[in-house]
Design a protein around this ligand. Structure first.
Ligand code: ADP
Ligand code: MG
Length: 595
């Protein structure tokens, strides 16, 4: 339970403001995160970490000398947006390249990848090493699909120490990758965590039980056990992790006992003592262990054990000095304060728009407000659905996204549809975070691009626009139909709309039919196992429940189909012209979307 806030919607932002105020000797605030306030080292690699908030000290608390250069900080449990990550990386860049490192979650991957593309486009050598230490989240032969949990620390620490030593980007990347390859974690929880403003936890665990293999966003565990004794718990964690000991591991091991939120330090130390005894009994040599809160999950009662298997080279960087708000090791020279200029987000738009593009821009703003109404009505239901096998934030993320998109569209009122939807899409992606935020944001931007700036519009443009939305989502997310994502609802929507228009059905009824097809397809996802996204590791729990992103898409297009007649996008097309045949419509840009 989180009790201290004015407004849960700005909880993460206000908490980060306070964190910076309390740690000015370490960090400066940027739009989208924090960067070291200490002196920079020209030519060195910048290690840029990040992720959702609610995991303190990950991620902002790990910014400082010998560790991360900067952190992009998203909303609670939601990835930072590509724009935020880009701005933070630009502020961190010292000329030696940028190494991104973060836990492997679909939303983070999308946003960090987009930021990386932007940096590379500007000639900055940006690379990525994702942390994949959570052995509960995928079998060993799919190790690279695993989630990142407390193993973040070993990877960030090694990368940060190598960057501090002036190593090249090739070396920093290689060392970070090697650290990740030699890090394994497993967590347990005794109860769920509660998002700020929510009255009940994301999930609950029956009294006297313990859930094994939970994720740090409240993704439920893989299986439940009767609450064991501390000795049995230590045995369970150590034996599971030893079974996955890397082939090239030596006898040196770094154990990390990590509290997830409300486990007492006394309990963590008690468990650590037992873990160390078991490891020593296996003939292993303990190297500089850690015991405390390193990667948390709001107020989750639980803990994780990480085993890191350093070779000599990794041990050197693991032991190197570091000084950050939350993590200190050996002595570090006090650094002179550096003034980091905050980067402002400037969106330059303003192409001269045609009268019809302005009219369609107005309709787009009306449609966004209608989406806002659908989101407000369904926010709680979508959140509950997402808590079955995800992290429960889908409703909240959609609301943040659509609110920001509406505000951006209002600010751009009077301009063309292209500009209005670009601003709205950027704002959606920026504020919503998470996987669906990246997908909806980029989808809206591409809808705007598809409409462009024309003298006339007709139903053919609506078809091109929905195809552009579908292509944007599949381009960025690489999901196929059947993977149990929003794509499962989008594709039948596009197919139905195109087929009806092709048969001469008016735009209004075609949209209603397409929305019904999307709804049927979204409902049918209940029978599927998720193959992508945060729900993938919890495939069994997801069975019997529809995919949240597919349901929200279907609800939204259902709402939009309902308002079409009232906003004068009549059966004769948005500007009164007869709909064209779909044979005239350009083909899909991506697989999975067929006419
Ligand atoms: P997060 O998973 O980051 O918490 P949300 O909860 O807001 O993001 O959205 C989850 C939804 O995103 C899923 O239900 C699914 O529909 C959609 N999704 C996840 N991964 C993909 C992907 N690769 N392609 C398309 N949609 C995806
Ligand atoms: Mg989610």
């Amino acid at each position: 339970m989180t009790s201290i806030y004015d407004d849960p919607a700005v909880f993460a932002d206000e908490s980060l403001d306070g964190f910076v105020a309390a740690n000015r000797q370490y960090v400066d605030r940027l739009d989208g995160g924090v960067v070291r306030s200490t002196r920079s080292s020209p030519g060195h690699v910048a290690v840029v970490i990040g992720g959702g908030s609610g995991h303190y000290p990950a991620f902002a608390g790990l910014v400082g000398t010998g560790l991360a250069t900067a952190s992009a900080c998203g909303n609670t449990f939601a990835s930072p947006s590509a724009g935020q990550i880009y701005r933070v990386a630009k502020a961190a860049d010292m000329g030696g390249g940028v190494l991104f490192s973060y836990g492997n979650y679909a939303g983070d991957v999308m946003h960090f990848n987009q930021a990386q593309v932007r940096l590379r486009g500007e000639g900055i050598d940006a690379r990525t090493v994702r942390v994949t230490d959570d052995i509960a989240s995928a079998p060993p032969d799919q190790r690279h699909d695993r989630r990142g949990v407390a193993g973040d620390l070993t990877v960030f620490k090694v990368a940060g120490a190598a960057a501090e030593a002036g190593k090249s980007i090739d070396d920093v990347e290689r060392l970070a990758r090697k650290a990740n390859d030699r890090t394994r974690s497993l967590g347990v929880a005794f109860g769920g965590c509660t998002l700020p403003g929510q009255a009940s936890p994301l999930f609950s665990i029956p009294a006297g039980k313990m859930s094994v293999g939970l994720g740090i966003h409240g993704e439920p565990g893989i299986f439940d056990l009767n609450m064991p004794t501390a000795t049995d718990l230590a045995e369970l964690l150590v034996s599971r992790l030893l079974a996955e000991r890397p082939d090239d591991a030596g006898s040196a091991v770094v154990p990390i006992v990590n509290g997830l939120g409300t486990a007492k330090y006394d309990e963590l130390f008690l468990l650590y003592g037992k873990v160390e005894k078991i490891l020593t009994a296996h003939g292993l040599r303990i190297v500089e262990p850690e015991c405390g809160e390193l990667v948390t999950s709001l107020d989750m009662p639980g803990l994780s054990l990480t085993l890191f298997w350093p070779d000599d080279e990794l041990a050197e960087y693991w032991s190197a000095p570091a000084d950050t708000p939350a993590y200190r090791k050996s002595a570090v020279d006090t650094q002179a304060r550096r003034v980091a200029a905050p980067h402002r987000h400037a969106v330059a738009h303003g192409e001269p728009a045609t009268a019809e593009a302005v009219r369609l821009g107005h309709l787009a703003a009306v449609a966004l407000r209608a989406i806002g109404t659908v989101v407000a009505t369904n926010e709680d239901a979508w959140g509950k659905l997402d808590s079955v096998a995800g992290d429960g934030d889908h409703g909240m993320g959609m609301r943040r996204g659509v609110d920001a998109a509406c505000a951006a569209a209002d600010a751009a009122a009077g301009t063309g549809v292209h500009n209005i939807l670009s601003c709205a899409g950027e704002a959606w992606s920026e504020r919503a975070g998470g996987t669906s935020g990246a997908l909806w944001g980029t989808g809206l931007i591409q809808v705007g691009n598809a409409f462009g700036n024309k003298d006339t519009y007709s139903a053919i443009d609506v078809v091109s626009a929905v195809r552009a939305f579908a292509a944007a989502v599949t381009d960025l997310g690489s999901a196929d139909v059947g993977d149990k994502t929003m794509v499962d609802a989008i594709v039948p929507f596009v197919e139905s709309l195109t087929a009806d228009l092709d048969h001469g059905v008016g735009l209004g009824p075609s949209l209603i039919g397409a929305a019904a097809a999307a709804k049927r397809a979204a409902d049918a996802t209940a029978a599927l196992r998720p193959r992508l996204g945060r729900a993938r590791p919890l495939a069994e729990k997801s069975l019997g429940h529809p995919d949240p992103g597919a349901v929200s898409f279907a609800d939204i297009v259902g709402g939009l189909a309902g308002i079409v007649p009232s906003v004068d996008v009549s059966a004769r097309g948005p500007t009164g012209k007869a709909p064209l045949q779909s044979s005239d419509v350009p083909g899909p840009r991506d697989r999975g979307v067929t006419a």
